[in-house]
Design a protein around this ligand. Sequence first.
Ligand code: C2E
Ligand code: CA
Ligand code: CA
Ligand code: CA
Length: 278
Amino acid sequence: KAKTRDVALSEYLLGDDAVQLREVSIINSLAKALRDGELYMVYQPKQSIPQGDCHQVEALMRWQHPLLGKISPAEFIPLAEYSGMIDIVSQWVLDEVFAQQAQWLQSGIKLQVAVNLSTQDLRNASLITGIEARLEQYKFNAEMISIEITESKLMQDLDGAVATIKRLRQIGVDVAIDDFGTGHSSLAYLKYLPVDEVKIDKAFLDDLDVDDRARHIMDTSIRLAKGLGFKVTVEGVETEDVLQLLLSMGVDKIQGDIFSKPLTAKELESRWAKISKT
Ligand code: C2E
Ligand code: CA
Ligand code: CA
Ligand code: CA
C-alpha cells in the first residue's frame, strides 16, 4: 500500500492491522454514509481585519459514524483521495454548499462560502462544468463561492492545477491556497499562481508570542504574500496575544476559535446579526 500520509498516532497505539481494519471500514462505509445523512457541513467564519466583520465562511465536513463515532475529515479525506472516492465526496460537498448558499441568500444572509477541494478534483474535467451547472441552476453570483486548495498537493501537478485555477477564476470563483508555507516548496512557484488569497497554516502560530524567529517567519510570509498581491488569511488563531501580533503584521483576515469555532448552519443563522457587524 502506498503510504503518502504521516504515520498516525493510532498506528502506534493499535498496531498496523487494527489501523488497516479501521481504514478499510471507513472507506467501505463512506458512500453509504453520504447517502444516509451521517455527514454534514459546518461553517467557520473568517473575520475581516481591521473592521472585525465577517463576509466569508469556510465549509468543513463532519461525520458522525454510528459505530466509530466522530471521524475527522483530517482522517477520512486522505482515505477518500487514496481510494478514488474523493470525487463523490466533493460532488456531495458542492451540492450541500450550493443548496445552503441559495437558502442563505434568500434569507438575506450574504456570505462567500469557501469550499475545500482536493487537487484530484482539479484534474477531474466534470468539476468545472459541475460548478457552472450549479451556478446556472441556482442563479447566484459566482463570487459567492470560493475554492481552497492545499499547497503541498498542488506542487505535484502545478501546470495542470494552474490551468484549472485560471478557468475557475474566469467564471468568477475566487481561489485560495491553503496551508501556505507547509509544502516545503520553492518560493519561485508563487509568481505563477493565479490566486486571490493565501491561508497561512496554524502550524506557524506555534511560539509566535514567545519566539523572535517564529515571528520573523510569519511577518516575512505575510509581506511576501501581500507583495505578490494576495489577500492573507491566518487560520487557527486562538489567543488575544497572537491576534494582536497578527494585526500589527497587516494580515487581512483571521479565522480561528478566538472569533468563532465552526458552526452548524442553524448556529450561524442565529449569530448572523452579531458577526456580520461586530
Ligand atoms: P483546513 O482546510 O486547513 O481547515 C482548517 C482546520 O483547522 C479545520 O479542521 C478547522 O476546524 C481547524 N481550526 C480552525 N480554527 C482553529 C483553532 O483556532 N484551533 C484549532 N485547534 N483548530 C482550528 P477540520 O474541520 O478538522 O478539518 C481538517 C482538514 O480536513 C481541513 O484542513 C481540510 O484539509 C480537510 N477538510 C475538511 N472539510 C473538507 C471538505 O469538505 N473537503 C475536503 N477536500 N477537505 C476537507
Ligand atoms: Ca481549508
Ligand atoms: Ca489542510
Ligand atoms: Ca490548515
